[in-house]
Design a protein around this ligand. Sequence first.
Ligand SMILES: Cc1cc2nc3c(=O)[nH]c(=O)nc-3n(C[C@H](O)[C@H](O)[C@H](O)COP(=O)(O)OP(=O)(O)OC[C@H]3O[C@@H](n4cnc5c(N)ncnc54)[C@H](O)[C@@H]3O)c2cc1C
Length: 65
Amino acid sequence: MIQFYCANVMQSVLDRGIQVHGTLGISDDMISATWFRLERSARIYDGAGEVHKSSIAKQILKNYR
Ligand SMILES: Cc1cc2nc3c(=O)[nH]c(=O)nc-3n(C[C@H](O)[C@H](O)[C@H](O)COP(=O)(O)OP(=O)(O)OC[C@H]3O[C@@H](n4cnc5c(N)ncnc54)[C@H](O)[C@@H]3O)c2cc1C
């Protein structure tokens, strides 16, 4: 759960940070665009978020068979 929850929080925070700074935020004059690209990978590099969600859903639903 932490894997996809934190990855989405990081992405949301960075997205808002970029939006607040406008063009400056997405330019290479600030670190935010680089961070956004790096943190976007967090939804992929430990396994795709969808795979983690699916695995958790199976664990929860097996109790209701
Ligand atoms: C920056 C970075 C660093 C990495 N470092 C390492 C490392 O150190 N060691 C290592 O072993 N690997 C590493 N990887 C590889 C990483 O583990 C894989 O990229 C990851 O497991 C996803 O596999 P894939 O890229 O082949 O995507 P795929 O498996 O092809 O998936 C592509 C997309 O299909 C969808 N998808 C796939 N499976 C499902 C499913 N079951 N249900 C629903 N949707 C699905 C998702 O949207 C997913 O994003 C790294 C990747 C990145 C980007």
